[in-house]
Write a protein that binds this ligand. Structure first.
Ligand code: DUC
Ligand code: ZN
Ligand code: ZN
Length: 464
């Protein structure tokens, strides 16, 4: 199955790459192929797809006085289990730090640790003369996209003046600007007012981060990108009104893109409100979960069909309850933001095929092909074709996956809970190859830390 169609085929892998895609049972120079290869993987009745590309992960992200609980080792192992064979993680620069030091620190964390291939975006958390100058070196490092935050004043934050300067620089360099589009200063006011009134439960995280503040920031980002001729990619879109801004921009010829994440398709603010005690903390992420009554989730699925949103990443940012999420027991503002999903994205999005929300081809496009194109990896990743890396997943539509940490459930992420506990999914990741090596099959996990390589990325293949 590719982004454009499906056909019965044999996939011939030679070393780390795909050598040929052949009609089933083909011979090569008169030889019966099956008799002359080292290993035959029988995919009869199953789908063979390009390995997943998760273009938004945060291994070891420092946040709220703690750090995301997956290392590159544990996080990429979980990714492999779930059929994701490439991640693009965010190297971090904060105000007052040097961009290239941040990138070097991320290389240090990941080198020799990853089970699957990895690449980096650069968070520019402090825009000033030094960081703008340093952006000039990113493309040569294979880092062709960078992220700004309109949220989180005092942590990672860009005001409008900084956004304009960074976008001008990015437009010159061909860097894709990724935007966390929420109005942080306004959120901070609302959050403080809620806490003053004793509204400290996790649920109020989503009340403070109102959809109006996502819509407003998305619109502002679009207009500043238009002004500066900078292509724009809005991360983790969750409000239908933000999607409407993106749709309007695209209809008017602007080079603007958006991703959503599984949590914004499946989980809701109402469920968070109904969670007992402090349980709702497991769903504290930003952008926040949105109201199902307001129709945000249905709108996200629709936008994935109409291409108002182009791809699905996880924003994988795991924190344990114990010692981490618990920091916000008496004040939701202190709950580290994030949900861990890197292991489950392929299964959760396949569920959209089962329920008729998206086609099989769109599943591949949203989870592998478009992420590869968007972030300059296509050709090596995102496609099963001669010359591409042999990142291949055999997916069993007749299989079943029980998601969560309990017995008999999948869960290899370094978390003491799952935001997806109890999810039952039709379909199952059967076999995973990463650059020609079988890393997962029915006998279990065969991957190893250090197999995954750093990928220098080309410019986005969506730049014009
Ligand atoms: N959102 C999250 O949920 N976690 C980390 C950073 C972010 O923007
Ligand atoms: Zn973000
Ligand atoms: Zn993120």
């Amino acid at each position: 199955v590719s982004a454009t169609g499906r056909t019965p085929a044999d996939v011939l892998v030679d070393g780390e790459t795909i050598a040929a895609v052949l009609a089933p049972g083909s011979t090569l120079l008169g030889f019966d192929l099956a008799a002359h290869v080292d290993r035959v993987i029988d995919a009869t009745g199953k789908y063979v797809i390009p390995g997943g590309v998760d273009a938004h992960t945060h291994m070891e992200l420092p946040f709220g006085g703690t750090a995301a609980s997956d290392t590159f080792e544990t996080g990429t192992r979980a990714a492999a289990w779930g059929g994701t064979t490439t991640i693009v993680d965010f190297a971090v620069q904060r105000a007052g730090e040097r961009v290239m030091d941040g990138l070097a620190a991320w290389h240090d964390k990941a080198a020799g640790q990853c089970a699957v291939d990895y690449a980096f975006h650069q968070i520019v958390g402090g825009v000033d003369d030094d960081s703008l100058k340093a952006m000039e070196g990113l493309v040569a490092e294979g880092v062709t996209s960078y992220k700004l935050f309109m949220a989180y004043p005092g942590v990672f934050y860009a005001d409008d003046a900084q956004i304009v300067r960074a976008m001008q620089k990015a437009a010159d360099l061909g860097l894709l600007t990724m935007m966390h589009a929420e109005n942080g200063p306004a959120i901070d006011v609302l959050a403080a007012q809620l806490v003053e009134r004793g509204k400290t439960d996790p649920y109020f995280h989503g009340i403070a981060r109102a959809w109006q503040l996502e819509e407003e920031a998305t619109h502002r980002a679009i207009m500043l990108a238009d002004l500066t001729n900078a292509p724009l990619y809005v991360v983790h879109v969750s409000a239908k009104q933000a999607v409407q801004q993106l749709a309007w921009a695209r209809d008017n010829g602007k080079n603007v893109f958006g991703e959503t994440c599984p949590q914004y398709l499946y989980l809701s603010l109402e469920e968070q409100l109904g969670a007992p005690g402090f349980e709702g903390a497991k769903w504290v992420c930003s952008t926040p979960l949105r109201s199902r009554a307001e129709g945000h989730q249905d709108h996200m699925w629709q936008a994935l069909r109409t291409n108002d949103l182009q791809m699905v990443s996880t924003d994988h940012c795991p924190f344990c309850m114990k010692g981490q999420k618990e920091l916000g027991l008496s004040d939701f503002r202190a709950i580290p933001n994030g949900i861990g999903s890197v292991e489950h994205r392929m299964d959760l999005m396949y569920q959209g095929v089962v329920t008729g929300e998206i086609t099989l081809e769109r599943w591949v496009e949203l989870t592998s092909t478009t992420p590869a194109r968007m972030f300059g990896l296509y050709g090596r990743k995102g496609v099963i074709a001669p010359g591409a890396d042999a990142d291949v997943v055999v997916y069993d539509p007749a299989g079943h996956t029980s998601i969560g940490v309990g017995e008999g459930r999948t869960h290899h992420m370094n978390m003491d809970h799952s935001a997806w506990e109890g999810f039952e999914v039709d379909g199952h990741v059967d076999v995973v190859l990463s650059r020609g090596t079988v890393v997962v099959d029915d006998a279990g996990y065969h991957g190893r830390a250090g197999h995954g390589r750093y990928l220098k990325r080309d410019l986005s293949q969506y730049l014009v």
